[in-house]
Design a protein around this ligand. Structure first.
Ligand code: CU
Length: 160
């Protein structure tokens, strides 16, 4: 009277039914909310020059300032990260030397005064500078951005 229990239960776990959930939605919502982050941080002393970075353009709030302490207030209104480089030069804004990569300005050949490496989309960053009288060019030096039109001029005059 043996009733050997030969039942064997096998749970075949099928691992082929993995679902990958991709949250494309989150990225879109994030981009929409970013402009709300454009707030003004406490300022260092100096004349404030507002600059707006766009794809692919740089707007300056003023074409000229008097030499001395200047605070560059850089608002990246574009949907992408940009850079903000300041050089002192008499070259045309669209005539800066291009490096061997053919995509960016060769900053080593220029008198670089200051720079913000990365200005995230939708944020404001500040760059305090002491500007002697002269002519200055701003540009974004991420690959192709300068050639795409991201440059502007600021004239700095002697004080009265
Ligand atoms: Cu850029």
């Amino acid at each position: 009277m043996s009733t050997p229990d030969a039942r064997s239960v096998e749970y075949a776990v099928d691992c082929k039914n993995r679902h990958r959930i991709r949250l494309h939605l989150a990225v879109g919502v994030f981009a929409l909310l970013m402009p709300a982050a454009c707030t003004v941080a406490p300022q260092p002393k100096g004349q404030v020059v507002g600059v707006t970075l766009k794809d692919f353009h740089i707007d300056t709030g003023t074409p000229s300032v008097i030499g001395g302490d200047v605070v560059m207030q850089v608002h990246n209104a574009a949907p992408a990260t940009h850079e903000f480089v300041v050089v002192r030069t008499n070259l045309p804004a669209d005539g800066l030397p291009i490096g061997p990569d053919g995509l960016s300005v060769n900053e080593d050949w220029l008198d670089r005064v200051g720079e913000l490496n990365e200005v995230a989309a939708g944020t404001v960053d500040t760059l305090p500078l002491q500007l002697a009288p002269g002519r200055y060019v701003f540009f974004c030096n991420l690959d192709g951005h300068y050639l795409g039109g991201m440059h502007a001029v600021l004239e700095v005059s002697a004080g009265g």
